[in-house]
Every structure is written in structure tokens, then in C-alpha cells.
Design a protein around this ligand. Structure first.
Ligand SMILES: C[S@@+](CC[C@H](N)C(=O)[O-])C[C@H]1O[C@@H](n2cnc3c(N)ncnc32)[C@H](O)[C@@H]1O
Length: 259
């Protein structure tokens, strides 16, 4: 008999263990009861594809970042909301630079890791729930591929509206994405086609994350081209003012609040 994973805070537990392995502090999963087991993020796609990626990079300091991460933080101005802060790698550097930064995440465990690493301002929730808190920001960060949080045509307008509700005049969103359409791998091109036939954007991934015995519910995570992003932004309170694709297929998109 196969058992479905127990629904839980996959991201939080994974980051807690990745931090324990990196620091040698606290209980951590051991291989053969002795050696630290590498902490792997397991990503399942709804066509059966399963990928694993080491979770340690969520803790990386600036020396190990991709060039576009550095360009993203250099664009930050004013009060900043790091949306999907993860283990706080970006927020920590901004704090060091004296930027007033708040990390927001739906994972209580991720926020606990941020706190232990020294991130001072943290909010548990979504941008929608935070919009009611009365806080306002000049910059919103969606880094580590978090363009994905736009999910697709249905969710994107609501997420962009919630960000606009939290925005000061002239605010900007700096979002990192990946153009998925350079691949010739039939596994991916076939998935994109199947999505389009179902009225979805090609790179609108249907995923769930697994860690040890835990799983998330299935959710949509968007991997889209800059052109598709422009289409999603059209008609919202935001204007797509810049796409930096120096590290293509990875890109940094800047949105500015209209008016
Ligand atoms: C791919 S990780 C990126 C982490 C971080 N931005 C980085 O660059 O290292 C995605 C993060 O977004 C969080 N997240 C997922 N859905 C969210 C939502 N709807 N609102 C806020 N955070 C969310 C996850 O818990 C996770 O910490």
C-alpha cells in the first residue's frame, strides 16, 4: 500500500535541516546514523517528473549568488518587502546595507530560520493578508524565481493588486524569472504543449514539494517568458519598465506603479 505524504511545512522543515547541516548545530538527518545527509528539495510535477535540488543554496551568502541577484539588490530603494523571503539570504544583505527590509513568507519554519539567522522584521502570511496591516513599501522583491508566485492568468491580477495596495507612490517590483522556452527537451516542450491545450500558460507548472514524509498540496508556479509577463501586467496598476536578460534565460523584470 502506498501512503500519500502528510501535508506540512515542507519548506520550513527542509530549511531547518539545511541550516543544521550547514552550522553543525541542532538535530539533523543522518545517513547510516552518522554522516549528515544532504538536504534535498524534491519537486514533483503533475506529469510525473520528479527533480531534486540541494537546499543549501537557500542559505548562500552573496559570494555564491548569481550575478542577477546582485543586480537585483543594487536596485532596491526605500522600505522593502522581500516576498517569499525563504531563509533570508537577500534580506540579510539588505539589512547590513541599512535598508529597512521586511521578509514575508507563508512558511512558519522558513521565518524561524530567518529569525535564527538574524532577519529582524518578519511577517507570516501572504501579500493579500499583509495588505490589511497598514504597512507601505517602496520596493517589492520576488527573487529566487518568485515570478512563480504569479501562478498564471487567474491569480496574477489579484497578486499584483495586493502588491499595489501595499505600495507607496512610485513603488517598484523587482522580480526574477526564467524563460522556459529555450529548451528542446521533449519532456518539457510536451508539457508546455499540454498546458496550452488546457488553456494554461506553457510554463504554468503544477507542482508539489516533498521533504522526508511531508508534502505540500498541489499548487501552480509560473515559469514564463518576459513577453508573457508583459501580457499578465497589462491592465493592472503596474507597468513593466525594464527586463534585464543579461543572464538569459534568467531575467530580472522591473515593474513600476503607474500614475
Ligand atoms: C523558491 S523559494 C525563494 C526563496 C528566496 N526568495 C530566495 O531567493 O532564496 C520560495 C519561497 O516563497 C515562499 N512562498 C510560497 N508561496 C508563498 C506565498 N503565496 N506568499 C509568500 N511566500 C510564499 C516559500 O515558503 C519559500 O520560502
Amino acid at each position: 500500500m502506498t501512503v500519500e505524504p502528510r501535508i506540512g511545512d515542507v519548506f520550513g522543515e527542509m530549511l531547518r535541516d539545511a541550516l543544521a547541516v550547514a552550522t553543525g548545530i541542532g538535530p539533523r538527518p543522518l545517513a547510516g546514523g552518522r554522516l549528515p545527509r544532504p538536504v534535498i528539495e524534491i519537486i514533483e510535477r503533475d506529469d510525473g517528473l520528479i527533480n531534486g535540488a540541494p537546499a543549501a543554496h537557500y542559505l548562500d551568502g552573496p559570494a555564491d549568488w548569481q550575478p542577477y541577484d546582485h543586480r537585483a539588490v543594487d536596485r532596491v530603494e526605500g522600505a522593502t518587502l522581500d516576498v517569499g523571503v525563504g531563509a533570508g539570504r537577500i534580506a540579510l544583505l539588505l539589512q547590513e546595507r541599512g535598508v529597512p527590509v521586511t521578509g514575508l513568507d507563508t512558511s512558519a519554519g522558513a521565518l524561524a530560520v530567518c529569525r535564527r539567522r538574524g532577519v529582524r522584521e518578519l511577517v507570516h502570511g501572504t501579500v493579500d493578508s499583509h495588505a490589511a496591516d497598514g504597512r507601505r513599501y517602496d520596493t517589492f522583491l520576488l527573487l529566487g524565481n518568485n515570478v512563480g508566485l504569479l501562478e498564471g492568468r487567474e491569480r496574477a491580477p489579484a497578486l499584483l493588486a495586493a502588491l499595489a495596495a501595499l505600495a507607496r507612490p512610485g513603488a517598484r517590483v523587482i522580480a526574477q524569472g526564467t524563460d522556459p522556452y529555450g529548451t528542446r527537451d521533449p519532456l518539457h516542450t510536451g508539457y508546455h504543449e499540454r498546458n496550452r491545450r488546457r488553456g494554461r500558460l506553457g510554463g504554468q507548472l503544477r507542482l508539489r514539494l516533498r521533504y522526508r514524509e511531508l508534502g505540500t498540496e498541489w499548487f501552480d508556479y509560473l515559469v514564463c517568458s518576459p513577453d508573457e509577463l508583459a501580457e499578465l501586467v497589462r491592465g493592472t496598476a503596474w507597468r513593466l519598465t525594464d527586463v534585464d536578460d543579461h543572464d538569459a534565460p534568467y531575467y530580472l523584470a522591473t515593474l513600476r506603479l503607474a500614475g
